[in-house]
Design a protein around this ligand. Structure first.
Ligand SMILES: *Cc1c(COP(=O)(O)O)cnc(C)c1O
Length: 372
């Protein structure tokens, strides 16, 4: 013990944080279970089963020549491409090291220690982490049918609330909130409370569910729309996401942002991916078909699942509290990596990312064996 007392580093709220549990990497599962990496199927992190677009690979090779220099801190080319795509000025865009970075930047820019953040039960784990990271007080609103209860979330906003996270579609449950309901919610939220609308899976929505949420940003100065290149665009390993918000909010986020938070390769790859319609369409088609393949198997096996609007599906693999962990282990032994969601308070469920048809089939076969 030192003369200052027992060594205890950091504030209480940092020590209270439960670390994020990522999907297991393929190499780790191969080592642990003595399997050949090439035979392992990973459907655990909602990654794009086609990998990165060829257009992005080519753009990165070209950008690699300049890696001796710092990235463009203002991300001019990428912001220009995004500004054209979403019809907003450059001053409305914040780039993130993944959209995870956007979620954290928002907490740092708008929430002080002790102030409140509202989010839903069973919503994305990073909302809790970002809130705790600034010593914020979490107001977790009970979910209805595994989705957000927006009326209850609006009612839960108290005088100390500075920020609300809404995931649409939500991860890990895959639920979706129609545009009219999101807009009705935005109308109810006090104008001094920031709403982060996290649309990481937006590109997977069927055309009838698509809504250009940048139109809401024009109407609501307290709204931040967050998007990512990690899912439909296939660039998860590069870490690039972005936010659209009005200039006052964007300016504050950019003060908190690390100047070089998005690296040069990521910026170049993202511009290419944004313009690669063919890749996006191929991914959406594969996802819609893979979803049908998964759901047909769950129905055959009489397993409950939550209808999903993302590139993954949540399925209940047993009635006892140990079901998720048990079936997960049985799947790992067969070389199939999925995501247990016990940490989300869903110990009977597993979240399966939708892969290529043969990957989905391998998972379904392994699931059948795991259940019998
Ligand atoms: C995957 C995901 C993200 C963030 O992913 P990044 O790779 O950091 O862009 C954000 N929100 C939700 C709901 C997600 O599922």
């Amino acid at each position: 013990m030192s003369k200052f007392g027992p060594a205890q580093f950091g504030p209480d709220y940092v020590r209270a944080i439960a670390p994020y549990q990522a999907g297991k990497p393929i190499a780790e599962v191969a080592r642990e279970f003595g399997l050949d990496e090439a035979t392992i199927v990973k459907l655990a992190s909602n990654e794009n089963p086609f990998g990165l677009p060829e257009s992005s690979r080519a753009a990165m090779l070209e950008a690699a020549a300049d890696l001796g220099r710092y990235p463009d801190a203002n991300g001019f080319d990428l912001k220009t491409a995004l500004s054209q795509r979403y019809d907003v000025p450059l001053e409305w865009i914040t780039l993130g090291n993944g959209s995870n970075d956007i979620l954290e930047i928002a907490a740092h820019a708008f929430v002080q220690k002790g102030e409140a953040v509202v989010y839903s039960q069973y919503s994305f784990a990073v909302y809790a982490l970002a809130t705790q990271g600034v010593g914020g007080r979490a107001i977790v609103v009970p979910s209805v049918n595994y989705g957000h209860d927006l009326d209850a979330m609006a009612a839960a906003i108290d005088a100390d609330t500075r920020l609300v996270y809404v995931a649409n579609p939500n991860n890990p449950t895959g639920t979706f909130i129609p545009a009219e309901q999101v807009e009705a919610f935005l109308q109810k939220v006090p104008s001094n409370v920031i709403v982060v609308l996290d649309e990481a899976y937006n590109e997977y929505l069927a055309p009838q569910h698509q809504f250009e949420s940048s139109a809401w940003v024009r109407k609501y100065p307290n709204l931040i729309v967050s998007r990512t290149f990690s899912k439909a665009y296939g660039l998860a390993g590069l870490r690039v996401g972005f936010a659209i918000a009005q200039p006052e909010v964007t300016d504050l986020m950019n003060r908190i942002r690390q100047p070089f938070n998005v690296n040069s390769l990521a910026q170049a790859a993202a511009v290419a991916a944004l313009n690669d319609k063919v890749f996006l369409e191929k991914g959406a088609k594969n996802n819609a078909e893979g979803y049908k393949q998964m759901v047909a198997a769950f129905e055959e096996l009489k397993l409950e699942y939550v209808p999903s609007f993302g590139n993954f599906v949540l399925v209940k693999v047993g009635d006892d509290e140990g079901a998720g962990a048990r079936v997960n282990l049985a799947l790992l032994k067969q070389g199939v990596i999925v995501r247990p969601v016990g940490a989300y308070g869903l110990p009977q469920w597993l979240r399966i990312s939708i892969g290529l048809p043969e990957e989905n089939a391998a998972f379904i076969e392994a699931l059948k064996k795991s259940l019998s």
